[in-house]
Design a protein around this ligand. Structure first.
Ligand code: PBG
Length: 330
């Protein structure tokens, strides 16, 4: 007996392959699409002039001085990317992180210069103390502990100084309790009611941040970040963190990292009606670059597949070092 008969007897009416038969049909029934406007490009700004240093563990990603940051923005705009997230490398790190809210600090000057030349570009700014503290923690430290409430006070000053310089969104990535509400009050108190908050709400204590800490020279000098960043084992807790931040006034909430946490993105999408961002972090970028450089995977193809998976999981926007490369392919 031929096994073909088995299928004939089944009288198959459902043949899902019909929807994959040609490129046109596949396109017609495509559920998710990437757009250039989904991307936010993280930009590392440092002191000096004409500086453009490649981050060793992140091929094609540079630390740039403000003059070159303007050039980057020009390129981004030409490619159709509409948003950046600024990270500063200050000239001085101190225990009290005072450079973080210096009106004349690296980030504040970069915001002014960028908004002057590219008023339509959406400028977001990282709000956390790690690049500005000697010890590399996101908050102030007393007796070996990261102290919450005093840190929030500094974060408020930092957020207000970014708003004063012209930031469209401040993006607290520190994971201190109550900081979103406090920053919202501080901004409103200074009449910055239009400046938004993009909250890193579910940020995990992750090994995927390694290359970023190289880029900023911000690896913690003692201990780890587990008393403030989340345990990778938890996702109910992520929903609680997101709910709190929305309640405190976050306009956009984030899940970070992206790839290993797409289940969290999906759960968040189903629970909340607030835009959800994901951060396709440095380690995810470096892994792909390393494998592609070795010829082990097709870099472009896997990049697009990764980015698409984030949209499919439910992300509304994607912070990614791939923004330029992906935009070129779209
Ligand atoms: C710091 C911050 C980190 C990242 C964004 N903001 C690192 C950390 O928490 O140690 C990681 C970004 C990346 O890995 O690309 N507040």
């Amino acid at each position: 007996m031929s096994y073909l008969n088995l299928l004939n007897q089944l009288n198959l009416t459902q043949r899902p392959r019909r929807l994959r038969a040609t490129e046109a049909i596949r396109k017609l029934v495509e559920e998710t699409a990437l757009r250039k406007s989904d991307f936010v490009f993280p930009l590392f700004v440092c002191e000096g002039e004409s500086v453009r240093e490649e981050v060793p563990s992140m091929p094609n990603i540079y630390r740039v001085s403000i003059d070159n940051a303007l050039r980057e923005c020009e390129e981004l705009q030409t490619l159709g990317i509409i948003a950046i997230d600024l990270f500063g490398i200050p000239k001085e790190k101190t225990d009290d992180a005072r450079e973080a809210y210096n009106d004349n600090g690296i980030v504040q000057r970069a915001i002014r210069a960028i908004k002057k030349e590219f008023p339509d570009l959406c400028v977001m700014t990282d709000v956390a103390l790690d690049p500005f503290t000697t010890h590399g923690h996101d908050g102030l430290v007393r007796d070996g502990k990261i102290i919450n409430d005093e840190t929030v006070e500094v974060l408020c000053k930092m957020a207000v100084s970014h708003a004063e310089a012209g930031a469209d969104f401040v993006a607290p990535s520190d994971m201190m309790d109550g900081r979103v509400g406090a920053i919202r009050e501080a901004l409103d108190g200074e009449e910055f009611i239009e400046v938004g908050i993009m909250a890193y709400s579910a940020k995990y204590a992750s090994g995927f941040y390694g290359p970023f800490r190289d880029a900023l020279g911000s690896a913690p000098k003692f201990g780890d970040k587990k008393t403030y960043q989340m345990n990778p084992a938890n996702s109910d807790e992520a929903l609680r963190e997101i709910a709190l931040d929305i309640d405190e006034g976050a306009d956009i909430v984030m899940v970070k990292p992206a790839l290993a946490y797409l289940d969290v993105v999906r759960r968040a999408r189903e629970h909340f009606h607030t835009p959800i961002a994901v951060y396709n972090v440095s380690g995810e970028y470096s892994m792909l670059k390393a494998a592609a450089a070795n010829g082990w995977i097709d870099g472009e193809r896997v990049m697009m597949e990764m980015l698409l998976s984030m949209k499919r999981a439910g992300a509304s926007l994607i912070f990614t070092y791939f923004a330029k490369e992906a935009a070129r392919l779209l």
